[in-house]
Design a protein around this ligand. Structure first.
Ligand code: PMP
Length: 438
């Protein structure tokens, strides 16, 4: 089936209206297509692995709401559970049984002893940092360039010019005082971490890292990086915080922990555990978590935390996410990676497919002699961005919705079937040619 450029009149009109009432026309920046240009598509519905926009264009969805939709759109059992829950009321401001069940499910799947529910990944990492600082009585934190942990002020920091300079604000509105206690280091760089601990060891409250980064594109940990981080934290009385907002309950039933088995002191979760609703969590060692209010003195709270609809969607999703589902996701992801590579190779487009379990991204590199693997943010930044843009738009025109940025992971869902893979394969040929033409 030949690709027909989509009609976008209704999306364009909504985008114009949205831009008059909302900055940039969107409620989260990457949705605006700034990196790739063109009209952001306003979606009207989703079913399985497809979404349909307001102009009636149908897309194979490889974003999955940026991760949450492990089972695809409108999974019948999730929808039925949510509809039943909505009928009983939407929020009580009291504890509920579903929160207990979701908490038990998370504790059963991961190494955390206790968990606190919140409403976004940002809240989870922000609260985990506060708890780590409250628990250790220390101020400084280490994060890695290219890792994203939500829009927490202290984590919107960029590396200074030297390896051991303290973080500088990554956006106007974050003060220097706020990032003065944030040390930003290159990812996968054990020597940099060792140097930071020798300089500031007794002041470091925590190291926070994505369990396997997906926010600079997929850049997995190398040489047991997480085990190294856990060890150096323990040796120095700091806490190791593993951010599994993206990887949690997606890569395996217990997230990236199910791959490398490194036990963090604190973990953060989001996305899949909310089943497409706002739910997230942080958890960890019982002795650390007991410092949280009302048991301890570190304050943290939320009007809609543990919301009954969100926890119902999350619990239902997790109960359906069996080992067979994860095996299928792995297989689907590998098939897609192979199809992409074959299409790009056929057109002679140099690329690196970087994968971590079923998460992967495609880096368009300068030449086929280029790096065999992407290790850090500097590596991710060496992409040929115009090639990604051409590829992205050709895929979109052919009905495949990819993340509208070269610095994002592709998210598969269990709803992707053989027909969808065939759709993808026919879209890839013109898209690879478009990338080659740049
Ligand atoms: N941590 C990671 C690893 C993430 O990928 C994200 C969001 N992409 C967040 C934290 C922030 O989550 P949220 O957008 O729900 O605030």
């Amino acid at each position: 089936m030949a690709a027909v450029p989509a009609h976008t009149e209704h999306s364009a009109e909504l985008f114009a209206r949205a831009s008059t009432v909302t900055p940039g026309g969107v409620n989260s920046p990457v949705r605006a297509f700034r990196a790739v240009g063109g009209v952001p598509r306003f979606m009207a519905s989703g079913d399985g692995c497809h979404m349909t926009d307001v102009d009636g264009n149908r897309y194979l969805d490889l974003v999955s709401s940026w991760g949450p939709l492990l089972l695809g759109h409108a999974h019948p059992e999730v929808i039925a559970a949510v509809q039943a829950a909505v009928g009983r009321g939407t929020s009580y401001g009291t504890p509920t049984e579903t929160e207990v069940l979701l908490g038990e499910e998370i504790v059963a799947r991961t190494p955390v002893d206790k968990v606190r529910l919140v409403s976004s990944g940002t809240e989870a990492t922000m609260s985990a940092l506060r708890l780590a600082r409250g628990f250790t009585g220390r101020a400084k934190i280490i994060k890695f360039a290219g890792c994203y942990h939500g829009h927490v002020d202290a984590l919107l920091a960029q590396a200074g010019s030297g390896v051991l300079t303290l973080g500088i604000p990554g956006t106007p509105g974050v003060t220097e005082a706020t990032t003065a206690d944030t040390i930003v280091l290159p990812y996968n760089d054990q020597a940099a971490v060792t140097a930071a601990f020798s300089e500031y060891g007794d002041q470091i409250a925590a190291v926070i890292t994505e369990a396997s980064p997906g926010n600079m594109g997929v850049v997995p940990p190398r040489d047991n990086f997480n085990a190294f981080l856990a060890r150096i934290c323990t040796e120095n009385g700091a806490l190791f915080i593993s951010d599994e907002v993206m990887t949690g309950f997606r890569i395996t039933r217990s997230g990236w922990y199910g791959v490398d088995g490194v036990r963090p002191d604190l973990m953060t979760f989001g996305k899949v555990m909310g089943g497409g609703f706002p739910a997230a969590a942080f958890g960890g060692r019982a002795d650390v978590m007991s410092h949280l209010a009302p048991e301890g003195s570190v304050y943290q709270a939320g009007t809609l935390s543990g919301n009954p609809i969100a926890t119902t969607a999350g619990l239902t999703t997790l109960r359906l996410a069996t080992d067979e589902v994860y095996a299928k996701l792995d297989e689907t992801s590998l098939t897609i990676q192979r199809l992409v590579s074959t299409a790009l190779d056929k057109e002679g487009v140099p690329h690196v497919i970087s994968a971590a379990g079923n998460l992967f991204s495609v880096f368009f590199v300068e030449s086929s002699e280029g790096p065999a693997e992407i290790r850090d943010f500097a590596g991710a930044n060496a992409q040929v961005l115009p090639r990604f843009t051409a590829f992205f738009h050709a895929m979109l025109d052919a009905g495949v919705y990819l993340p509208p940025s070269a610095f994002e992971a592709w998210f598969v869902s269990a709803a992707i079937d053989d027909d969808a893979l065939a759709e993808l394969e026919s879209a890839l040929a013109p898209a690879a040619a478009a990338a080659a033409a740049v």
